[in-house]
Design a protein around this ligand. Structure first.
Ligand code: TYD
Ligand code: MG
Length: 451
């Protein structure tokens, strides 16, 4: 028999303590520590005549994705949902997770596939009313108004739907576990049972999980290793744009991004993000530079705007919106140290216009040009784009997908591109200005930026 050793585990948060305590040091719960006996590792008896199957003997045909019919979601998932695969969609409350999954369920059910919605958050009548506003409700979309894992697994077994959507993981009760719904031990155990049943019955499962801005609420973080796919659904609640991103994906690509707009009739796919981000642009303003940024694998044109205001005798401060704040600070430091641009005593704002997100390193050069254009009050030509990573020595470094970035810029009417030296020729009619370092990228401003 395996030897046992004592462990003290918190019933609510799962933290392991070396000794028994009245209060859990991790979640601060009182009287939640249980003594459990854990088997010592490495003591199992040796197995004779091990007959292990070769990897090639396994059938992997089950991993072929089934389209949901919601194209942006299918693209992000690399084709659709996988039978037996469990996907976690996490996001802040109110961002649109229920709406997205309802649309996806309606779309998939419209093909005749059986889809089951577990409505732990809302009453079925509420969901039905929302569904009727979005479109025709297919007859093969069923509802389970019960959050016990036994009920869900039972429904999986008896109805064998193609897809089950569970809204949300925080409302589930794992039968026999005594912690409150939403507590870590409930979420963990409920998810484990659902995942096991999904694999056994080859049912695709989508779990919805709430997170707060700091990712704090019990659940999603804890589940990332249990599920096959993690998607995060984000956006600024004051803007209509929503981003669906892959955090982890066992069955497909991991850096596709789906873009939606929240409308009165549910979420609508944004099919031409570049055109949408540039629609309100006032070309020819100082501090405005367009960058073909990477959104996952695809290039999307984003306007980077800068505004620089004097703040007196203080080091420069940087405020970024929709850009990587660490990269912004670094670009500012390199501008000062390698190109002699004086940012002391200035507050520098940089924003990706229209709620866009431009965080790839290729955005560096556009940020630098925008800042200097704002400082010099000198607009860049309206048909110019720029991309390239800026190194600490002030060199302009190459970035992935250069050719596709150039084509996207040309498609939207841009005719000049400031790019790293190594970038190959793009479409005919697009003039490339190849630059080695920051000073050579800023030549046109030299007369004015350092005043
Ligand atoms: P919801 O999907 O309920 O968010 P979550 O499940 O992530 O908490 O959607 C939240 C918001 O979306 C809500 O404030 C209303 C808005 N909304 C629309 O603007 N249009 C619509 O068609 C729907 C269904 C919701
Ligand atoms: Mg919801």
């Amino acid at each position: 028999m395996a030897k046992q050793r004592k462990q003290f585990v918190c019933r609510d948060c799962g933290a392991v303590a070396p000794t028994w305590t009245g209060q859990c040091a991790s979640c601060s719960g009182w009287a939640t520590i249980d003594e459990v006996h854990a088997p010592r590792g490495g003591s199992s008896s040796p197995v004779a005549n091990l007959d292990l199957p070769p990897l090639s003997s396994f059938d992997f045909s089950g991993a072929i994705p089934v389209p949901t019919g919601l194209d942006e979601v299918d693209r992000v998932l690399g084709g659709g949902v996988v039978p037996g695969g469990v996907t976690l969609i996490s996001g802040e409350p109110g961002i649109g997770k229920s709406t997205l999954t309802l649309q996806l369920s309606m779309s998939m059910a419209a093909t005749g596939a059986g889809v089951l919605l577990v409505t732990g958050e809302e009453a079925p009548a509420q969901v039905a009313s929302r569904a009727s506003r979005i479109g025709e409700v297919p007859p093969s979309l069923a509802v389970l108004d019960d959050t016990s894992t036994d009920a869900i697994v039972g429904a999986m077994q008896s109805t064998r739907p193609a897809l089950i959507v569970i809204d949300s993981i925080q409302t589930l009760r794992a039968d026999g576990v005594e912690a409150a719904p939403g507590s870590i031990s409930q979420v963990r155990e409920a998810a484990a049972r659902i995942v096991e049943a999904a694999k056994r019955h080859s049912v695709s499962v989508i779990l919805i999980g709430h997170v707060t801005k700091d990712g704090n609420l019990a659940g999603p973080r804890l589940l990332e290793h249990v599920v096959d796919t993690v998607l995060s659904f984000t956006g600024d609640r004051h803007h209509d744009l929503r981003f669906l991103r892959t955090v982890k994906h066992r069955f497909g690509p991991t850096s596709e991004v789906g873009l939606f707009e929240m409308t009165g009739l549910g979420l609508e796919a944004v099919t031409d993000p570049s055109a949408r981000f540039l629609s309100d642009r006032r070309a020819g303003a100082p501090g405005s530079v367009v960058v073909p940024a990477l959104d996952g694998h695809r290039p999307v044109l984003v306007e980077v705007q800068s505004l620089v205001i004097p703040t007196g005798e203080r080091p420069g401060t940087f405020v970024g919106q929709g850009v990587a704040s660490g990269r912004l600070k670094q670009v500012g430091a390199v501008l000062e140290a390698r190109a002699g641009v004086k940012l002391f005593g200035k507050e520098i704002f940089i924003s990706a216009a229209g709620g866009a997100e431009a965080t790839d390193p290729g955005v560096d050069l556009a940020m630098a040009l925008a800042i200097v254009s704002a400082v010099a009050e000198d607009p860049l030509p309206p048909d110019l784009v720029a991309f390239g990573e800026i190194g600490l020595a002030g060199e302009i470094r190459s970035v992935p997908q250069a050719e596709r970035r150039l084509h996207e810029a040309f498609r939207l009417g841009f005719r000049t591109a400031v790019v790293p030296r190594s970038v190959p020729d793009g479409p005919t009619g697009l003039r490339l200005v190849r630059v080695d370092d920051l000073p050579s990228a800023l030549v046109r401003f030299n007369a004015r930026a350092n005043r």
